[in-house]
Write a protein of this length. Structure first.
Length: 106
């Protein structure tokens, strides 16, 4: 038995991406927007692994695994940078609401 088919993981990836896009588009809190973007990155990683597994039944392509590991490292760096930026914004403006931050232009 080979487990679940790649189509299941592609459907899971699409669902995760849609949830992440909804979070990033509708939330006004900067940290929640960053979390939504990270969910979208995770969805892309699942899709890459699903497509890499679909080439040979039961074996995941090492290139797909390498791309996902690099993507996880870059995503962690991006999340750390985003959270550091959110901390600086909160310290300076005392809010994380993106709507209020856009009003502070001047």
């Amino acid at each position: 038995m080979n487990g679940l088919p790649p189509q299941f993981f592609l459907a899971l990836s699409f669902t995760l991406f849609a949830i992440g896009a909804y979070i990033a588009a509708t939330k006004r809190n900067l940290i929640r927007i960053i979390m939504g973007l990270e969910v979208m990155v995770a969805a892309c990683n699942v899709a890459i692994l699903a497509l890499g597994r679909g080439i040979v039944a039961g074996v995941t392509d090492p290139l797909a695994q390498t791309i996902v590991v690099i993507s996880i490292a870059v995503g962690a760096g991006g999340a750390a940078l985003g959270l550091a930026l959110a901390a600086v914004v909160f310290r300076r403006f005392k809010t994380l609401d993106v709507g209020k931050l856009s009003e502070l232009r001047g």
